[in-house]
Design a protein around this ligand. Structure first.
Ligand code: GKR
Ligand code: MG
Length: 429
C-alpha cells in the first residue's frame, strides 16, 4: 500500500446562501468554501473542506506543495508542515473577523483553519485505504447518530432586488411569529428538537419575545440565543434573568473573557462560546475564571478532528461542556463533524449546523437529518462521494466572480440593502 500524497487539488467554490441576518449584517448570496483533495500514489482520493476566503486559499497553496510526498497517515508531519508555511501578517494583525464572528485572529489559528481540511482529507484517504470509517481511526464511535439543533436566523424573504442570488423557500423571519414559523419548518423537515436563534440583530426585547414565542410553541425544548457578543454585561444579565427558565445556555452574550466571566458570576444561566475560547491559549484564563460552561468547537479553526478530541479532553478535566459551532458549510464538513462528534463521550448538547440552509452541495448524495440526527457513516473514510460536475459548477461560479464575493463580508452584503450600513460597534445594546 503506497499512502504517499502524490498531489493535492484545491478547489475554491462559491455556494448559494440565503439572506441570514447577524449582528454584522447579512450573509452574501454566495459564500466561499475551499475543497481540498489529497490523492495518494495508489490513486485514493480523500476530501476535506474549510473556509474559502482568499487568506485561506493563499495559505493552502504552499501547504499543498509542501505535503506532497508525505504519507496520509503522517498527521503529525502534516501539522509540522503547516507550522512552516509563512502567514502574511496583514491577514491576521489587527483585522476584525468581519464575516465569521469566530474570535481572535492569529497566524496559528489561520494555519489550523487550513490544515484542518488537509487532516480531514488525509483521514478520509487513510480510511478508504484501510477500509475503515474515519470515526474508527479516531478511536471508534460511542454513538450511532449525532444530534444537531435547529439553527434559526432572522431572515429576509430574499436577497435585495438586483443582487444575483438563488431563491429559497424558507420565507422571511423578522418577528416572533416568523421565527416560530421557521422553527416549525426546520423541525418538520429535519426533526430537530432543540433550537438556537442567532440574535444580535434586533433590540434584545424583540429577541427575548422571539425566544419566549419559541418556548411557547415547543414547550420543554432546549433554547439557545446567540447575539455574537452584541450586548453589554448588564443587557446580558437582563436577558438571562428574563429567559433563564427556558435557556439551555446563552451563547456569547458579550465580547471577551472578562465580560463573560462577570456575567457567569452573576447568573445561573450557563454560557457557551465560539468567540472567547477559540484557541488552546485562551483556555486557562477563561476556565479558571469560570467564564464559560460550554465550548463550541469548530474543527476547522481548532485544527481538525484530533484537536477537537484534545479540546474535549481538556473541557472534561475542567468540568466544562463541549459541543460544536458551525458556519456556512457543505456536506464534507458535516460528515467530518459527525465522525468526530461520534467519538466524544461527553457531548451532551446538540451540535450547531448551517447545513439545512445550504441548498447546494458538492456530494453525490446529501447527508440526511432524521429526528434531528445524522447517522454516523460506517463506510470507509468519511463515507461521502464528490460530485465532480457539481464541484466544477460551483468552482466556475468562483472563477466568474470578479472578486466581490470571494471574501465573505456580511457588512458589505448589508450595504446592498442599506448603503449607510457600517458594522455596529460593540456592545450594540
Ligand atoms: O452564520 O451568521 C452566521 C453566524 O453568525 C456565524 O458567522 C457564527 O460564526 O454561527 C456562528 C456562531 O455561532 O457564532
Ligand atoms: Mg456562536
Amino acid at each position: 500500500m503506497n499512502l504517499a500524497i502524490e498531489r493535492v487539488r484545491l478547489t475554491p467554490v462559491l455556494v448559494a446562501d440565503p439572506p441570514l441576518l447577524n449582528t454584522q449584517g447579512v450573509h452574501q448570496p454566495y459564500t466561499p468554501r475551499l475543497i481540498v483533495e489529497v490523492v495518494t500514489a495508489d490513486g485514493i482520493t480523500g476530501v476535506g473542506e474549510t473556509y474559502g476566503d482568499t487568506k485561506y486559499l493563499e495559505l493552502a497553496r504552499p501547504l499543498a506543495r509542501k505535503v506532497t510526498g508525505r504519507r496520509v497517515s503522517d498527521l503529525n508531519g502534516l501539522f509540522r508542515d503547516a507550522d512552516e508555511v509563512a502567514v502574511d501578517a496583514s491577514r491576521v494583525v489587527g483585522q476584525a473577523d468581519v464575516g465569521g464572528l469566530r474570535g481572535v485572529q492569529t497566524a496559528g489559528k489561520l494555519r489550523l483553519s487550513v490544515v484542518s481540511a488537509f487532516e480531514v482529507a488525509c483521514l478520509d484517504a487513510l480510511g478508504k485505504a484501510l477500509g475503515l470509517p474515519v470515526h474508527a481511526l479516531l478511536g471508534g464511535k460511542v454513538r450511532d447518530a449525532v444530534e444537531y439543533s435547529a439553527y434559526l436566523f432572522y431572515k429576509w424573504a430574499g436577497h435585495p432586488a438586483g443582487v444575483p442570488s438563488e431563491p429559497d423557500d424558507w420565507g422571511a423571519a423578522l418577528d416572533p411569529a416568523g421565527v416560530v414559523e421557521q422553527a416549525r419548518k426546520l423541525a418538520g423537515r429535519y426533526g430537530f428538537t432543540s433550537f438556537k436563534l442567532k440574535g444580535g440583530v434586533f433590540p434584545p426585547e424583540e429577541e427575548i419575545a422571539a425566544v419566549r414565542a419559541l418556548a411557547g410553541a415547543f414547550p420543554g425544548r432546549p433554547m439557545r440565543l446567540d447575539p455574537n457578543g452584541a450586548w453589554s454585561v448588564e443587557t446580558s444579565l437582563r436577558v438571562a434573568e428574563e429567559l433563564g427558565d427556558v435557556l439551555e445556555y446563552l451563547e456569547d452574550p458579550a465580547l471577551g473573557t472578562p465580560a463573560m466571566a462577570e456575567i457567569a458570576a452573576r447568573t445561573g444561566v450557563p454560557l457557551a462560546t465560539n468567540m472567547c475560547v477559540t484557541t488552546f491559549a485562551e483556555i486557562p484564563e477563561a476556565f479558571t475564571r469560570g467564564a464559560v460552561q460550554v465550548v463550541l468547537s469548530d474543527h476547522h479553526y481548532w485544527g481538525g478532528l484530533r484537536n477537537t478530541q484534545h479540546l474535549a479532553a481538556v473541557c472534561r478535566a475542567f468540568g466544562v461542556g463541549v459541543s460544536m459551532h458551525s458556519n456556512t458549510h457543505l456536506g464534507i464538513s458535516l460528515a467530518a463533524m459527525t465522525h468526530v462528534a461520534a467519538t466524544v463521550p461527553d457531548l451532551h448538547h446538540a451540535c450547531d449546523s448551517h447545513y439545512p440552509w445550504q441548498s447546494e452541495d458538492v456530494l453525490t448524495e446529501r447527508l440526511v437529518f432524521e429526528g434531528g440526527r445524522v447517522a454516523v457513516p460506517d463506510a470507509p473514510g468519511l463515507g461521502v462521494e464528490l460530485d465532480r460536475d457539481r464541484l466544477a459548477f460551483l468552482h466556475r461560479r468562483w472563477l466568474d466572480d470578479d472578486g466581490a464575493l470571494r471574501d465573505r463580508d456580511d457588512a458589505a452584503a448589508m450595504r446592498a440593502a442599506d448603503p449607510a450600513w457600517v458594522t455596529p460597534s460593540v456592545p450594540r445594546w
